[in-house]
Design a binder for this molecule. Structure first.
Ligand code: NAD
Length: 373
């Protein structure tokens, strides 16, 4: 059985599996075929894959021979047409936004697993690509804001005068937000945080930040670990409180997302115009519309002296560690679908296999994706 590793197209820098992951795959009696240059963006050269036991091959060879194909992002239709009948494709394909592509893959007989859909249970944590990558994004968002901010983060008392600590506002305390809090704290900032899930209050406070409470958020406890949409009335009350915090903030890190939906707008143009010159906003939610009215995806703009960075791919700026963690997530998942003989064995009784499977046997099988089609 062959596991194929594709080179994701630019601007992607990450790769699904690094040479260090290959020993485990070999223990499972699989052969590994890696597309030429697949790991280049993550500083993993072809010879390192070859030394670890992989065969380096052209893209067409990988597509035509692999039983399991690894690609972080979606594949073009011409690649899908070249796959072996019944091939398994594994990645993070955002099927909630790309449901028509999923329908096409189903008709081609592809079995698709999308790890961004894995149920957020305790057992799934080691396979949760959204978490491993959001952790990096939260860390990098703070570092990026610190380099763009024309002032210090920490408080200083020097012979040349005193420096006040930077005030950082973090919107959304999920995986990215919590890492952003920890990173900003290590740099000496004073931090305020908003989230609609009251359960995160304790975590936020234990990291040394202030949690600003807004009463009456919709209950997300039955949403499988994901946030839910809020009422208009709640959003108005929340916006009024956020406006007070934005006006004081030097840095705003936006991470609030609702799975499969447009991100909530939490910061208006008016709020941005009330910020000090030199302030910085990093919007990690920009690919789904952003948390501010002015964020533009993959663009850095300046509005009234405020720098607004729209970037939902910050994990890719740390391609080496991002690939290391993503690859470990992939290995942990592969363990569920490769049996002791090194063959693909799909057990749809397993909630993680079922929950992340989007297409198989000619059909879209994931309930949420089916409902969108
Ligand atoms: P996410 O990226 O979908 O959202 C980020 C945060 O934004 C969430 O905390 C959400 O509550 C918040 N948010 C949404 N709307 C908001 C609004 N209007 N105002 C303020 N904040 C808003 O979330 P995530 O980081 O992927 O994880 C969310 C939850 O899932 C967390 O509880 C996390 O612990 C849990 N989780 C569980 C597992 C697991 O058990 N396998 C893995 C990862 C995450």
């Amino acid at each position: 059985m062959i596991v194929g590793v594709l080179k994701d197209a630019a601007p992607e820098t990450r790769v699904s599996i690094l040479p260090e992951h290959l020993a485990t795959l070999q223990k499972w009696k699989t052969s590994i075929s890696v597309e030429t240059g697949a790991g280049a963006g993550a500083f993993a050269a072809d010879n390192k894959y070859a030394e670890a036991g992989a065969t380096i091959a052209s893209r067409d060879e990988v597509l035509k021979t692999a039983d399991i194909v690894l690609s972080i992002n979606s594949l073009p239709a011409e690649d899908i047409a070249k796959l072996k009948p019944g091939a398994v494709v594994l990645g993070a394909f955002q099927p909630l936004f790309n449901f028509s592509t999923m329908k096409e893959w189903a008709t081609k007989g592809i079995t698709t697993f999308s790890l961004d859909m894995i149920p957020r249970t305790t057992r799934a944590q080691s396979m949760d690509v959204l978490s491993s990558q959001a952790n990096i994004a939260g860390y990098k968002a703070v570092l990026l804001s610190a380099t763009l901010f024309p002032k210090y983060f920490p408080m200083f008392m020097t012979a040349a005068g005193s420096i006040k600590p930077a005030k950082v506002l973090i919107l959304g305390a999920g995986v990215a937000g919590l890492q952003a809090i920890a990173t900003a704290k290590r740099l000496g900032a004073v931090i305020e945080v908003f989230d609609t899930r009251p359960a995160v209050k304790e975590e936020v406070m234990s990291l040394g930040a202030k949690f600003v409470e807004v009463e009456g958020a919709a209950d997300a406890s039955k949403a499988g670990g994901y946030a839910v949409e809020q009422t208009e009335e709640f959003m108005q009350r929340q916006k009024a409180k956020i406006a007070e915090s934005v006006a004081k903030a030097d840095i705003v890190i936006c991470t609030a997302q609702i799975q499969g939906r447009k991100a909530p707008i939490l910061v208006t143009k008016e709020m941005i115009e009330a910020m000090q010159n030199g302030s910085v906003i990093i919007d990690l939610a920009s690919s789904t519309g952003g948390n501010t009215e002015l964020s533009q995806d993959n663009k850095t703009i300046s509005h009234n002296g405020v720098t607004i960075v729209g970037n939902s791919s910050l994990a890719g700026t740390m391609s080496s560690d991002a690939s290391k963690l993503y690859g470990k997530n992939i290995l942990n998942f592969l363990q569920l679908i490769i049996d002791k003989e090194g063959q693909v064995n799909l057990n749809f009784e397993d909630d993680l296999v079922k929950g992340s499977c989007i297409t198989t046997r000619g059909e879209v099988v994931h309930d949420r994706i089916k409902s969108l089609i």
